[in-house]
Design a binder for this molecule. Sequence first.
Ligand code: PLP
Length: 393
Amino acid sequence: MHEETRLLHVVTEKQPFRALTGPVHRASTILFPTVDAFLNRHEQFYDSYSYGLYGHPASNDLAAHVAQIEGGSHALIVPSGMAAVATTTLALVKQGDHVLLPDAVYGPTRIFASEFLAKLGVDTTFYDPLAGGDIKGHFTDATRLVWVESPCSYTMEVQDVPAIAKAAHDRGALVAADCTWASPLGFKALDKGADIAVQALSKHVSGHSDVVLGSISMREESLHRQVKDAMRFVGQGVSPDDCYLALRGLGTLALRLEKQTKSALAVAEYLRSRAEVTRVIFPALTDDPGHALWQRDFTGAAGVFSFVLSRGSEAALAAFLENLELFRLGASWGGLHSLVALAQIGAQRTVTNWNAEDHLVRINIGLEHAGDLIEDLAKGLDRYRDAAQAAAE
Ligand SMILES: *Cc1c(COP(=O)(O)O)cnc(C)c1O
């Protein structure tokens, strides 16, 4: 054998290799031992390996872990949380169908429906996230899928998922839940009536702001096949390295959420003591409008919440948010670092009331000491107050 050939045919280690971490095989080609196995490789499509795009050991490991904590029998790993929402929807609806979305759904999901689904001939109705069982008035004979997102994005309405699921099932519609906020540790969507539970693994599960991934979990084998088919039709696959990072994040998820929730409660209490803050929106606070449902249906919270500022100019807002020492200005959440994000709700609500002039700030509490975070916000709110006062004089 020539050296150039030998370079390609590495003698692989025959001893069993054991470690606490799982395998990360980078692969497009999957090998088959026999002609028969090769010709029938599509039989392995749903549950085993047939081509690198359709799954590899790291994605299957991650899927098995996610399915288990969601309480599902199957999970699929997709390139992002948004891919989880889009792929689930595209798998389940067809031209002429009707979809229900909560008015305060994740912004890109709203645009996906109003621009992309509309183009495919799929109608969407946005419903009041607090409708509960009253959602039944929105069903038509064409309603195929109801999305819930609890709590909703930015304004954090806690939804009555069991009541909505019952109304949907009474009409023969499926329910998909995007409950990324509490992670599957804090909210078991499949136990609460959803047929499909999606996660933006980019948030709490991966937990380090360095991965974009999503998951789709379910109990029904037929739903698993339908969604996996949709992934194949649109050519979706994931990197084993990304899956490895999400698996690593899972190990510390419970610890991180516990500390982030505790710090968030302390920071939220502090914010409520400030005159510049007119409202704190955080379902884990006992007097939050969503608290009773949160307590009934959730087993945990997260370090993500919102607050509304008293009226102030853009300049006052900049004085507050641009000069924070620990909190950085950035979207996404669920990582180790504390963040602030400014909501641009404006036209993104059509059936619920939101005063578009209110400044709504969303906070992601990281793993810093809560006292340091409070000090940073205290100085920032002083700047906000001073800037607002200077503008008034
Ligand atoms: C972030 C987010 C998504 C999208 O996740 P990506 O991985 O960033 O695409 C979907 N739903 C909710 C509720 C989110 O917060």
